[in-house]
Design a protein around this ligand. Structure first.
Ligand code: NDP
Length: 257
């Protein structure tokens, strides 16, 4: 068995058309996995699929808004068909950030962020569980993408941070429940990574707050998407076979600075 490979494994990565998810798809596929990914934008997904096919990566795509229960069920049915009933890896990456002061946060905003980030991750893990049990190939792994916002207090990000803190806890709870099934459940918590989300967040934040946050990063820079993807890939590999229930920050030292 190859400990540092994902050859022959099958993986579902949500939100793979852009940003961190896009880098995770490429990392897992480069290591030999067959990957299925989704987003809400059919044209963007198709453009990605074409580029991946050209470079020899085995990636299939389908449209899914992960905040919809029915669409999540459809997605897992597609994955079931694509991989003939066997799934080795689930990466819950798709997520959204609606910034607003807590006092004025609307019910619609709350429901959208909770549904997209938290409920989707829990439900997709539930839906994936029987497929993971049938997989049983070189690895059985769930990786959740939370955020350092789930363990520190950041202004205007209360609900987003609540979803990420809950994803950290979900990781520990499922890890314990599924250890007997040999399904490892881990979490990667990125700090500021160069993507659309971080650019949007910086645009609406007080520049002074942005500067203060940047100054807190010991490595004095933002992270790149590949720097998150490599950790996700490691957690999926047989090489990580004794790691479960962990939240690993990829943040240039932000949370210990
Ligand atoms: P991007 O906005 O760059 O990419 C998000 C991806 O998810 C896109 O492919 C997007 O496609 C898809 N997506 C968004 N909403 C949905 C939905 N409802 N259903 C299906 N797909 C969806 O974000 P990032 O790469 O920055 O973020 C990825 C994850 O990393 C998120 O969970 C985020 O919270 C987390 N994170 C990011 C940090 C950062 O600094 N960038 C820091 C910490 C955590 P589309 O919009 O077309 O559906």
């Amino acid at each position: 068995q190859e400990r540092w490979s994902l050859a022959g494994a099958t993986a579902l990565v949500t939100g793979g058309s852009k940003g961190i998810g896009h880098a995770i798809v490429e990392e897992l596929a480069s290591l030999g996995a067959r990957v299925h990914t989704c987003s809400r934008n059919a044209a963007e997904l198709e453009a990605c699929r074409r580029r991946w096919a050209e470079t020899g990566l085995q990636v299939t795509v389908s449209v899914c808004d992960v905040s919809s229960r029915a669409q999540r069920e459809n997605l897992m049915a597609t994955v079931d068909q694509t991989f003939e009933g066997k799934l080795d890896i689930l990466v819950n990456n798709a997520g959204q950030c609606v910034m607003n002061a807590a006092a004025g946060y609307t019910g619609e905003e709350y429901a959208k962020v909770m549904g997209t980030n938290l409920e989707s991750s829990f439900h997709l893990a539930q839906l994936a569980h029987p497929l993971l049990l049938l997989g049983g190939g070189i690895t059985r792994a769930v990786v959740n993408i939370s955020s350092i916002a789930g363990q520190v207090g950041l202004p205007s990000l209360a609900v987003y941070s609540m979803t990420k803190g809950a994803m950290n806890q979900m990781t520990r709870s499922l890890a314990v429940e599924w250890a007997g099934d040999r399904v490892r459940v881990n979490c990667v918590a990125p700090g500021g990574i160069n993507t659309d989300i971080s650019r949007d967040v910086e645009m609406v934040m007080d520049p002074e707050v942005v500067e203060r946050m940047a100054a807190r990063v010991p490595m004095r820079r933002m992270g790149e998407t590949e720097e998150v993807a490599s950790v996700v890939a490691f957690l999926c590999m047989p090489a990580a076979s004794y790691i479960t229930g962990q939240v690993i920050c990829v943040d240039g030292g932000h949370t210990i600075g």
